[in-house]
Each structure stands twice: as C-alpha cells, then as structure tokens.
Design a protein around this ligand. Structure first.
Ligand code: HEC
Ligand code: HEC
Length: 210
C-alpha cells in the first residue's frame, strides 16, 4: 500500500541517521563554557533560588511549567534581553548565549522538566530517536489510549490518520488538537523528533524498528 511504503521509507531514513547521545556533562567538560549548573550557582540562583521579585523559583514545577511551554529558544531570548524584573543576562553581561541557554535548561530540569542541555553554538542538541521520544513522552497517553489517543502499534487506529499523510500528522502533533497537547506536551521536541516518534508509534510491533 502507498501509505505503508512511505512509512517504511521514513523508517529506513531514520535508521540511517547515527544518533549520538552524548551526555550533557561530558559535553560541557569539553568546552570552556560553563555548564548550566555552574551558571545558575554563580549568577541566576541569587534570585531564582528564593523567588525574589516573582522570579520562577528553582524546583517550583508549576511556576516553570507555564514558562517552559514557550520553548527553550524564546525563554533564552527573554533571559538574554531581560523581561520585566529579570535583568538582561541575569545581570552578568559576560555570559554567552550558550551559557544562558544551558542555565535555563538546568533550571527547567530542576523543576520537573527533562530538556537536553545545549552543547555548543554550532552543534545542534543530540536528536532523540523515535523510540526514546515515545517512551519518555508520547507513551503517557498513547500506551493506554487515554482520551482516545491512537495506541502505539495499533495499525487500525493509525491507518485512517496516516491517510492524511505523514506531513499533515506531524503538523497536527506540532499544533496539538483535542486531547492531544502541542508537541505532545514537550515543548523542546523538534519537528524531526516528532516525525520519528509518530513513525515509531505506527510501526511498533509490525515491522522491526530501531
Ligand atoms: C536580579 C534577579 C534575577 C537574576 C539574577 C536572574 N533572574 Fe531570571 N527572572 C527574574 C525575575 C524577577 C523573573 C520573572 C520576570 C517576570 O516574568 O516578570 C525572571 C524570569 C526568568 C525567566 C522566565 C522568562 C519568561 O519568559 O517567562 C528565565 C528563563 C530566567 N529568568 C532565566 C534566568 C537566567 C538564565 C539567569 C542567570 C543567568 C537569571 N534568570 C538570573 C529575576 C532574576
Ligand atoms: C496528554 C496525552 C497525550 C500525549 C502526552 C501525547 N498525545 Fe498524541 N494524542 C492524544 C490524543 C487524545 C489524541 C487523539 C486526538 C484526536 O484526534 O481527537 C492524539 C493524537 C495524536 C496524533 C494524531 C493526530 C491526528 O491529526 O490525527 C498524533 C500524530 C500524535 N498524537 C502524536 C503524538 C506524539 C508524537 C506524542 C509524543 C511526543 C504524543 N502524541 C503525546 C493524546 C496525547
């Protein structure tokens, strides 16, 4: 079938991509730039550990969840430029964009998130495989079929949705609709990661997937 052939093609493309899952700590040890933890302890913590002036407090899941839904790039931009009582660069102009991004990621992760700490200016963060994304996030609803979510590996449930084409499904997952939250509820997932996760849920148990 046409639909099936497209998906198989997509899967072999995924398998061809070498996925590097270098740990964030390992990566930061290689560069001169400080890790998120170091930046937060030296600079951001002075307000964010206490919640001074309404700063979202490190560890406060609710306070960070609302902000984290904007995604890493816009949070980092706000931290670079400053926003209301939040000073530009957290008050330390020597911090690089990368260090700010790492500090934001660190605070989000200390507050219930699991973002990948940015590695360097040039390298993109390591891309997660479809299986990793599904296990970490999509399975929360797609495992049991919560609120009518099509179940992982349930061809009957997925096939009518795939008839719209994979690109349409990816767009739908990006925007969310009904009980399906935007980006599956995880703002830092890239479009490519969502595509792999959808392909994985369609193929799981029916063709061998990596
Ligand atoms: C002088 C106190 C202070 C310091 C130091 C500080 N912040 Fe903030 N930060 C705030 C306050 C206050 C807010 C809440 C601003 C608001 O939304 O009104 C905030 C909000 C934020 C937000 C949320 C922005 C948004 O769009 O919702 C991020 C991200 C952030 N800070 C990152 C950092 C980082 C990274 C550092 C360290 C490099 C840092 N902050 C250092 C006071 C501070
Ligand atoms: C909080 C629960 C929840 C999570 C988490 C979740 N989904 Fe969904 N998803 C749903 C529900 C419910 C539907 C059915 C929505 C409908 O069609 O009304 C759905 C539908 C979909 C669809 C079909 C969209 C369409 O247009 O037919 C795709 C694709 C999808 N999810 C991908 C994902 C991916 C990828 C993830 C993980 C990154 C994910 N979902 C995480 C609940 C969830």
């Amino acid at each position: 079938m046409f639909v099936q052939a497209r998906v198989l093609l997509a899967v072999s493309a995924v398998a061809a991509v070498a996925i590097t899952t270098m740990g964030a700590q390992q990566a930061s040890a290689q560069g001169k730039e400080r890790s998120g933890k170091e930046v937060v302890e030296a600079t951001c913590g002075s307000c964010h550990s206490t919640g001074a002036n309404g700063a979202p407090k490190i560890g406060d899941k609710n306070a960070w969840a609302k902000r984290a839904s904007q995604g890493l790039s816009s949070l980092t931009e706000h931290a670079l430029k400053g926003i209301r009582q939040m000073p530009s660069h957290g008050g330390n102009p020597n911090l690089s964009d990368l260090e700010i991004g790492r500090a934001v990621t660190y605070m989000v992760n200390q507050s219930g998130g699991d973002w990948v700490e940015p590695r360097s200016k040039t390298a993109k963060p390591a891309e997660r495989s479809g299986e990793q994304v599904v296990k970490a996030q999509c399975s929360k609803c797609h495992e049991a079929g919560t609120n009518g979510a099509p179940k992982i590996g349930d061809r009957e449930a997925w096939t009518p949705r795939f008839s719209k084409g994979l690109d349409t499904l990816v767009r739908s997952a990006i925007g969310g609709h009904g009980g399906m939250p935007a980006r599956g509820g995880k703002a830092d997932l890239s479009d490519a990661e969502l595509r792999k996760a959808i392909t994985y849920m369609f193929n799981k148990g029916t063709v061998p997937v990596k």
